[in-house]
Structure formats: structure tokens, C-alpha cells
Write a new protein. Structure first.
Length: 278
């Protein structure tokens, strides 16, 4: 059964600066399409959705345009989630400029590295409410402790389709299920929120994580969102902080070995194809 990778990062440090990488030696180098093809070889990943990589702000449009050009030569890149700053007054103009990218499917603003109040302004919510008319989604990337803030944002944007990245970024290494567990259950009650099964290995113990370390987090997400509102993502190359893409795919197969074929189909590709229109 094939996979749609809804969280493919690609960056080239010779093209654009990614200042956040400077403190992470493993990631502070170019990760481009040849490297992804090598990492994903034999994994039956049929299509990908490029996920913005927190490029330095002046280059947000340039990153999206570069991936659009790359995708025109590489049809496996079926969708683009571009960088945007909903906290700025010029966000609508940015969306207008992004509209030239035919594969644009959504926008993301990294929140887990930003001050909590960033996502709570009326301007931020008002700008997000521009997305549905353009057929765009919003990927929510927040820390587990920020889930209540994400819930407040979701409440103010009932018509926006949200995808919660990395299952809400729980502390897998320390096995901290609570209060993440309760807050994930709360955000799952909003029907316009979907959950991305991704990133968990990056938050696990890099030296000794096991599939069973991931299992309670994945099982709780499935219990709350159901198989109808989950998608799968590779989170390469960020996953390499703890695991190769192959190891994460193999762990995914183990985690869902007892799921039905229809359930796996929903998670592996069907939901992603509908949600990101790929």
C-alpha cells in the first residue's frame, strides 16, 4: 500500500538562509530532492506535500516559487504548504502572490518557537479566515503546552481547515502523556481539525526509542480523531535527529499492523489526497 508523505521538507542553504538550523549541526546542511529520493527509496511513497521549512521571512515567497519550479520537473511533489505570517497586515497580499503557485494547498506559520501571544491576536485569526475562500488549509505546529492556545484559535476560525502537525508535539522521550492527552481530546472535538501522524520519533529518545514508546501517543490520537481525520507525514529530514525515514516508515507499519486495510488506506494516502487535493 502506497504512502502520501504530507510533511516533506527540502532546503538548500546555498539558495536561502534557514537561521534556525545553525544550532542543529545534523540539520545545518542542504537537504534537497536527491537526498530525499535516496532516503525514501523502496518505501512506496508515491506522492509528497512539501512543507515550508521556516525559511528566513524575506524569502518565504522565494521558497514557494522554487519548490513550484522543482515540482514542475518532479511530479511526485503534488502539493505545497507555503510559509506565511498571519500576524502581519500584508498577509493577504502575500496570499495573492502565492496564488501563482499552481500546487499551493495550504499555509503554515511555525508557532512552537514563537511567543504564545503571536497566534492570539484578532489580526492573526482574521487573516486565517481568508484561507477557505482560496481553498487553502492551515498547518498548526504548536508545542503540547500550547494546545490550549491552538484551541482558542480554532474556535475563532470555524471555517478554516486545520491540520495539527506532529500529533501536537508531545514529549515522547519523557513519556509525558498528560496534560497533552486531555488537550488533544479537546482539540479533536472540533470537526475542522485533522491530525498529522508525524514527527514523533524526533521527540523520542534518539539513542534508545522503540515503537512501543510511540504507541500510546499514536493510539490516543487515533482514538480521538478516528481514521477519517488523520494523515501521515515523514518529517524528513527533521526525523533524522532520532531516526531515518526508513525507520519511521517501518515503525508506522508496526504501529498499524492490526488496523484494517481500509483504515490503513485512509491514513496512508486517501485522507491526504482529499485534504491537500493531491
Amino acid at each position: 500500500m502506497y504512502l502520501v508523505d504530507t510533511h516533506q521538507h527540502l532546503w538548500d542553504l546555498a539558495r536561502f538562509p534557514y537561521s534556525w538550523c545553525a544550532g542543529l549541526p545534523t540539520l545545518n546542511r542542504t537537504y534537497w530532492l536527491p537526498e530525499y529520493k535516496e532516503a525514501s527509496a523502496g518505501l512506496n511513497i508515491a506522492k509528497t506535500v512539501f512543507m515550508e521549512c521556516d525559511v528566513d521571512e524575506p524569502n518565504a515567497l522565494g521558497e514557494a516559487r522554487t519548490i513550484e519550479a522543482l515540482a514542475s520537473q518532479e511530479p511526485s511533489i503534488a502539493g505545497i504548504v507555503a510559509s506565511g505570517r498571519p500576524e502581519h497586515e500584508n498577509f493577504e497580499a502575500h496570499l495573492d502572490a502565492l496564488a501563482e503557485c499552481s500546487r499551493l494547498r495550504g499555509v503554515r506559520r511555525i508557532l512552537h518557537t514563537q511567543p504564545d501571544e503571536l497566534s492570539q491576536s484578532e489580526l492573526f485569526a482574521r487573516n486565517l479566515r481568508l484561507l477557505p475562500a482560496r481553498g487553502l488549509t492551515f498547518d498548526l505546529c504548536v508545542l503540547a503546552r500550547q494546545l490550549p492556545l491552538a484551541i482558542r484559535l480554532v474556535e475563532r476560525c470555524p471555517n478554516v481547515t486545520f491540520i495539527l502537525d506532529h500529533v501536537g508535539v508531545p514529549d515522547v522521550k519523557e513519556r509525558q502523556l498528560d496534560p497533552w492527552r486531555e488537550n488533544l481530546a479537546r482539540i479533536a472535538t472540533y470537526p475542522n481539525v485533522h491530525c498529522k501522524i508525524s514527527g514523533l520519533v524526533a521527540y523520542a529518545d534518539p539513542a534508545r526509542w522503540t515503537v512501543d514508546d510511540l504507541r500510546p501517543f499514536v493510539e490516543h490520537a487515533i482514538a480521538r480523531f478516528g481514521f477519517a481525520r488523520v494523515v501521515w507525514g515523514g518529517d524528513w529530514p527533521v526525523c533524522t535527529l532520532s531516526a531515518s525515514l526508513r525507520q519511521w516508515v517501518e515503525a508506522t507499519h508496526q504501529l498499524f499492523a492490526k488496523a484494517s486495510e481500509d483504515e490503513r488506506s485512509a491514513l496512508y494516502h486517501r485522507n491526504a489526497e482529499a485534504l491537500y487535493r493531491v
